[in-house]
Design a protein. Structure first.
Ligand SMILES: NC(=O)c1ccc[n+]([C@@H]2O[C@H](COP(=O)([O-])OP(=O)(O)OC[C@H]3O[C@@H](n4cnc5c(N)ncnc54)[C@H](OP(=O)(O)O)[C@@H]3O)[C@@H](O)[C@H]2O)c1
Length: 272
């Protein structure tokens, strides 16, 4: 039987490995939608630290986006901010033009922007509210795909990272519009993974559970505390806890992953 080839300790260049480990995104241009706050901001900072040039997209909070950029640059990273409502194709096209001028083509798209939705039991949600939630989630991804996929196809390489939510599979009362919209987003992502795989582009989904950000502040404090206590790891999830998974999916280490859905829940997806 053949024995596996082993390197002796001296054959490894530990310095180089360390650098590869910490700078695994060097040379990549990564657009993170909704990166002025929360999970997107944390992911942008994390990936800039790993060597990526990051595009910090925002909608209204330019001040917060600039703070993220300042932090990136303070740590020696590269980035830019761009205001665009990602549900509007013209604005996404303008963002594509600006990124092209500054950094060139986008290698990785993190579809992360959060859209507030009507919180109500399904039978009380207005049809308009239901349609709006679906429309925002789907149009954001569709617009970004139309603008940024062509560059990836030219290079036969690219990655989409779609931020969904655990509620897409594990619904919570009154969050039906959000759950339906995220489930539709995931169906879109799965289809894209099948269609784009042969063309060199991967599509993966991250499913965070309740994470402490401005978006989750709509949930009452006692609910957030109950979630913390009942999840096996008994800790709150913070944006930084999701950023590492996003950064991994953006790296070459995840090249053979597509159509994958990664749960980051502290174990709360297990029924207790
Ligand atoms: N927090 C949670 O518990 C949780 C759990 C599961 C999944 N998620 C998902 O994680 C993602 C990030 O959520 P978060 O909690 O980090 O949100 P957040 O802290 O509320 O931040 C929302 C971000 O989205 C941006 N945004 C809003 N509308 C936009 C638009 N039309 N175009 C471009 N950007 C827009 C905001 O920009 P401005 O600052 O300019 O307004 C901001 O940067 C979302 O997809 C959310 O569904 C969150």
């Amino acid at each position: 039987m053949k024995r596996a080839l082993r390197k002796t300790p001296g054959q490894y260049n530990s310095k180089k490995m360390e650098q590869e480990g910490t700078l695994s995104l060097t040379g990549k241009v990564i657009l993170i939608t909704g990166a002025s706050r929360g999970i997107g901001a944390s992911a942008a900072k994390r990936m800039a630290r790993s060597g990526a040039s990051v595009v910090i997209n925002y909608h209204l909070r330019r001040d917060r986006a600039l703070e993220v950029l300042q932090e990136v640059e303070r740590e020696g990273g590269r980035g830019m901010v761009f205001q665009a409502d990602v549900t509007e194709i013209k604005q996404v096209e303008e963002m594509g033009g600006a990124i092209g001028k500054k950094f060139g083509s986008v290698d990785v798209l993190v579809n992360n922007a959060y859209f507030p939705f009507e919180v109500n039991p399904i039978h009380q949600i207005s049809l308009e509210g239901l349609k709006e939630a679906m429309d925002r989630e789907l149009s954001a991804l569709h617009n970004c795909t139309r603008v940024f996929l062509p560059g990836m196809l030219e290079r036969k390489k690219g990655k989409f990272i779609i931020i969904s939510s655990r509620v897409a599979q594990q619904p919570l009362p009154r969050l039906g519009a959000y759950a339906a919209a995220k489930a539709a987003l995931e169906a879109m992502a799965n289809t894209m993974a099948i269609e784009l795989g042969p063309l060199g582009v991967t599509v993966n989904v991250v499913n965070p559970a309740l994470t402490l950000t401005d978006a989750s502040a709509i949930m009452p404090e006692e609910f957030r505390e109950r979630v913390r206590k009942t999840r096996p790891l008994q800790k709150h999830l913070y944006p930084e806890d999701i950023a590492g998974t996003i950064s991994f999916l953006a790296s070459d280490d995840a090249d053979m992953m597509t159509g994958t859905h990664i749960l980051v829940t502290g174990g709360s997806h297990l029924q207790l």
